[in-house]
Design a protein around this ligand. Sequence first.
Ligand code: SAM
Length: 369
Amino acid sequence: MRGFLKLAVRAVSCIPRRPFSGGRPPAPLGGRILTDPEDIFQHNMWDHVQWTEEETEKARQKAEENSKEKIPVEEQSKYDREAHKYWDRFYEMHQRKFFRNRTWLFTEFPELLPPDTTGLCLPEQEQEQEQEQEQGGGVDSCSESGNREKQQPCASSTLTSHMNTFPGQHAAFRILEVGCGAGNSVFPIISTIRGSKAFLYCCDFSSQAIELIQEHPDYDPAVCHAFVRDICDTASPFPFPPESLDIILVVFVLSAIHPVRRAQDAVRALAGFLKQGGIVLFRDYGRYDLAQLRFKKGQCLSENFYKRQDGTCVYFFTKDEVHHLFSNAGLEELQNLEDRRLQVNRGKKVVMHRVWTQSKYRKPCLISD
Ligand SMILES: C[S@@+](CC[C@H](N)C(=O)[O-])C[C@H]1O[C@@H](n2cnc3c(N)ncnc32)[C@H](O)[C@@H]1O
């Protein structure tokens, strides 16, 4: 089975759910815990899976092996320089069909719910996904979405703007999604915030992706403003003033950008648009995810950074790297987790280790006298 990690069922061990504390959801990242290895083929996905030392070592060796041959340096810059063209081609080919709607969005990130939407019906979630996608996430029951962590806006966060008018100016709650692609988070958010005092901005450097969003029947400029923007081009303006955003959503985007050279500057610039008390919500690939281990030799750009066949790139983060990325931008940690799961193909009786990272970082409030 190409690319699949076959695992001995007995090698699977799990950690318990974290206890409920201080109004937080009892356990982020799902609660389907495998306690009896005999049950492994009863579900498509198991949460909070711990790796044995042997499994970690095997994964490390696989990554070392597939990173031995690097893409020649003179060829590498093209994947940076022309990244938007590769993503344009990706959306030309796949249109809206590649990624599924992010059904876990409001469960994992209840901060996305504007303050005036408590009690609203959220988009329906699938209780069990038949085949979790490569860039998918966890699936939890809808009921946990009410466990919204209390957002404490800073007392001093007033908007001072040099812009006369801007889209979403009168909104009380502003969300930006960067690297929004074809809108798999955008449309669930639009349907949730419609009728509230919230406004959504979304951008991507692929003009094809933004066209797909703007042409979607649910796109509504009264609630959402979609625009083309490369988040690495920190000199270009955004259509809203600094310190105007409550939430920035960054889902499977920073992995597409060179982790050292470019992602840090992009995160720093984005942090400037958060209000004090505003939050970045982040989810992306984790180190030694199946997607990393199944790369063949000759596709590696630099350590843990690879080029796919279609020219798009992908990095695999550790928790510490994520922490540095956001704390170097002056943000404070609310959550920084590794999401380790077992994805099960029940038909083929194959199990695969998936690893994602999930984090929440907040812009601190300035203390005024
Ligand atoms: C893996 S897709 C994820 C799309 C979307 N966030 C989702 O979860 O479905 C990565 C997206 O990031 C966009 N992207 C990559 N680098 C970017 C950059 N420097 N600026 C803006 N968008 C970027 C790509 O065009 C692509 O749409």
